[in-house]
Write a protein that binds this ligand. Structure first.
Ligand code: C5P
Length: 334
């Protein structure tokens, strides 16, 4: 049996990096948001054994061996279900590799969902989440979809009230950014000189994440009940999307990765500037990059901005954010 699954991308509204933990991961805080761009994953099961991965567009940066996230999750799902069969996974790659849009993580979650359907089995939600977290920090968010708070190393996800569908322009640069390398560069930037007390630094980093929690919570409650975050009273006048744009700008949420990625790849800082010049209300790197996005006031504005950026030689795509309801509605609707 063969199942076709959409594998949607994500962006991050703000990303704050905290302490390097004993397990080698960093504590972080972010707001994940699924968007309408996607890869397609075709999962087939049959008699025999073994896992075969193919990439229809021959993208050389997609590994076809056991290091592929789709391979790893298939092994874990089959082991959990106690099933032996042959699994073929075909990846129709449209999203950028090393793009900061969670494509490899999303591909793996779509494989798990497709495999369950192909085998006519269903794992309990907590088991799905555990397996997803074992394969990578960004996977569990794709079991939630829509707007989600990410804490811990990013694998601890909490569904948030969905933000309205927002028009976006996504710019996909030629260059890819390695996430582990970007984290290592963050550590090099943040490591205190030997004279500073480690205890003080540790507490600074934790305090910062607590403050960031308040900032994100203030932004999100401000966006849902714009203008009255303390009372929860609904905003007077103006669309929720319009309010959200001004909230984003006013709060000034940031992506820490910009501090290490922009100095290394100045062209990415230039793309952020270009997004702002064509009218984006809020522009940012997504994850560790290299993708950048800008939020626009309307789909027509996003379309016009994407055309202008394309004329400047950029790979720019007009799209929109994807609510949790539409994420789950469209996942099998290929
Ligand atoms: O979990 P994932 O496979 O996405 O992580 C890839 C690498 O990125 C990790 O091995 C680690 O070096 C780094 N990472 C980190 N802190 C996180 C997430 C990832 O240091 N919160």
């Amino acid at each position: 049996m063969t199942v076709l699954v959409r594998s949607f991308a994500k962006i991050n509204f703000g990303l704050y990096i905290g302490l390097l933990r004993a397990d080698g991961f960093h504590d972080l805080r972010t707001v994940y948001q699924t968007i309408s761009l996607y890869d397609l994953i075709r999962v087939s099961v049959g008699r025999g054994s073994g896992i075969e991965i193919r990439c229809t567009n021959n993208e050389p940066r997609v590994p076809l061996d056991s290091s592929n996230t789709c391979y790893r999750i298939t092994e874990l799902v089959l082991c959990e279900l106690g099933i032996k069969c042959k699994v073929s996974i075909e990846i129709d790659k449209r999203l950028p590799v090393q793009g900061g849009m969670g494509a490899a993580s999303s591909n793996a979650v779509s494989t798990m969902i497709g495999l369950e359907r192909a085998l006519k089995k269903r794992l309990p939600p907590d088991v799905r989440l555990r397996i997803a977290g074992e394969v990578g920090s960004d996977l569990p968010l794709f079991l939630v979809g829509g707007t989600a708070l990410g804490v811990g190393r990013g694998e601890e996800v909490y569904p948030l009230p969905d933000l309205p569908s927002l028009p976006l322009v996504v710019v996909i640069p030629e260059v890819g950014v390695s996430t582990p390398r970007a984290f290592a560069e963050w550590d090099a930037l943040e490591t205190p000189p030997p004279s500073k007390s480690t205890r003080l630094t540790t507490s600074d980093a934790s305090d910062r994440l607590i403050q960031v929690g308040w900032l994100l919570s203030g932004w999100l409650t401000g966006s849902c009940f714009s203008g009255s975050p303390n009372t929860g009273a609904p905003a007077k006048g103006g669309s929720r999307a319009g309010n959200l744009l001004s909230d984003l700008v006013r709060t000034g949420i940031e992506n820490d990765f910009e501090k290490v990625v922009f100095p290394k790849y100045p062209e990415l800082r230039d793309i952020k500037g270009a997004l702002e010049r064509v009218g984006s209300k809020f522009a940012s790197l997504s994850g560790s990059g290299s993708t950048l996005y800008g939020v626009f006031g309307s789909l027509a504005e996003a379309d016009r901005a994407a055309s202008r950026l394309q004329k400047q030689g950029m790979k720019a795509v007009a799209t929109s954010t994807l609510t949790r309801h539409n994420y789950w509605k469209r996942i099998f609707d290929c």
